[in-house]
Design a protein around this ligand. Structure first.
Ligand SMILES: Cc1cc2nc3c(=O)[nH]c(=O)nc-3n(C[C@H](O)[C@H](O)[C@H](O)COP(=O)(O)OP(=O)(O)OC[C@H]3O[C@@H](n4cnc5c(N)ncnc54)[C@H](O)[C@@H]3O)c2cc1C
Length: 391
């Protein structure tokens, strides 16, 4: 068994944080832990941005700088290098959301391609990522997923989405950079899954380059994984999956209730946790066909994966297994895993302040509503402040 305590080492966890950054992180998580404050803060921020009030500076020096690498990819460079010194790789994530036209979709694709060209020369950036709705309208994904008939204009529009997916996956294969494709709301996911399947078949012929994401808060994802595996075996291509629990729980439950269909969500946190760990086991047992990126801040799931890897006699740094966390969160998992030699990458979101607000709001809400996580960050930061004699 792996020691169950490696994540407790706060000296390693926060080795990149100066004293003042440590204090800022503490202040931030303290604020986020107060649910009414997040609700009011979110509403006030949305209003202020729409009203063009000058609050960007304030957002930048607080939430933004904690959770994002900068407003453009160049800003992220110092962070990437510092993290790689500690063995942690970076996945630059162009986190602009809510755009709805071809110009913006093309811009997102071009930015991602630019990052990949840059990453080709950097060992610290072995993985790229994009969000399906960064490349096409959610409503269009939804329409296709529902099997609705498309107008000629929509067909043309969809072809552009397909071309954008293809351009990134092709570049991934050319540069040997793994491409993680995020998962989003369940009502857009079927169309994305079908497209990602095509990309896997096309580009995962020698090794897994294209990775889909499975949100394990969905009751149907383990069966989906097994079915996709079967298909890939029949057709002879490799697979890659990023496993996450899922970020849209409340939205999913609310929509299901409103529209009167059974929620696709697991009934409890425990059910999601079990589902997640079962999917990790399934992939680890089928590593010859499927590579794994574990996107989680959950300590138990991380320990469970490490233990299973040890039990199966896998190398700690087996190139088919990655652990991933988001920048600004769970450094105790990322840096302690890396210090032991595991493959670890952090998503580094970047983009103009006002455009990454939906991402930042999700992080704030997640840290408020998810039992334990903010408390844990605060406890770790307190421990480190004590160790540095800052208290
Ligand atoms: C590297 C990385 C990439 C990510 N990419 C994506 C992505 O592509 N798509 C996406 O949707 N999310 C993504 N996420 C976010 C992720 O889905 C989770 O929201 C977040 O990581 C919290 O889950 P956790 O595993 O860290 O652990 P925990 O904090 O242990 O779990 C919290 C999660 O459990 C689930 N949960 C909580 N309460 C209940 C309940 N009552 N019933 C059922 N389930 C419940 C929810 O999914 C919740 O987010 C990513 C996260 C990381 C670290």
């Amino acid at each position: 068994m792996i020691s169950e305590h490696i994540f407790d080492n706060t000296e390693i966890a926060f080795s990149l944080k100066s004293d003042s950054e440590l204090e800022r992180a503490y202040f931030l998580f303290k604020m986020i832990s107060i649910e009414p404050l997040v609700k009011i803060g979110t509403a006030a921020t949305n209003f202020a941005i729409k009203a063009h009030l000058p609050i960007e500076g304030l957002i930048r020096s607080t939430v933004f700088d904690h959770f994002c690498g900068g407003v453009n990819e160049v800003d992220c460079l110092p962070v990437i290098d510092k993290m790689f010194d500690k063995g942690v790789s970076s996945v630059l994530d162009y986190s602009v959301e809510g755009k709805e036209n071809d110009k913006e979709f093309d811009a997102a694709m071009t930015t991602t391609l630019k990052i990949m060209d840059f990453a080709k020369e950097k060992k610290s950036m072995p993985i790229a990522v994009f969000k399906p709705t960064g490349f096409g309208r959610l409503k269009l994904f939804e329409k296709i997923g529902n099997g609705d008939v498309l107008t000629d204009k929509e067909k043309e529009e969809w072809q552009k989405v397909v071309n954008r997916f293809d351009a990134i996956c092709k570049r991934g294969k050319e540069h040997d950079i793994e491409v993680l494709i995020d998962a989003e709301e369940s009502w857009m996911q079927d169309a994305s899954d079908a497209l990602v399947r095509d990309m896997m078949q096309k580009y995962n012929t020698e090794k897994p380059i294209v990775f889909n994401t499975l949100q394990m808060y969905r009751t149907d994802r383990l069966d989906f994984l097994k079915a996709e595996h079967q298909l890939a075996k029949e057709k002879g291509y490799f697979m890659g999956f990023k496993l996450v629990r899922g970020a849209y729980l409340e939205k999913e439950n609310e929509r299901a209730k409103e529209k009167g269909y059974p929620t696709p969500m697991c009934k409890s946190k425990l059910e999601t946790d079990t589902n997640f760990d079962n999917a990790v086991s399934y992939i680890l047992e089928n590593l010859n066909d499927i590579s794994l990126f574990i996107g989680s801040h959950n300590e138990e799931s991380s320990y469970a994966a490490m233990n299973l890897m040890a039990k199966m006699g896998l190398k700690i740094n087996d190139e088919r297994v990655w652990f991933g966390q988001l920048y600004g969160m769970s450094d105790h998992i990322s840096f302690n895993l890396a210090s032991k030699g595991y493959n670890v990458a952090k998503y580094i979101p970047f983009g103009p302040v006002k455009d990454v607000m939906p991402y930042l709001i999700r992080r704030a809400e997640e840290n408020t509503s998810v039992a334990g996580q903010t408390g844990r960050e605060l406890a770790l930061l307190t421990k480190e402040k004590q160790r540095r004699k800052l208290l």
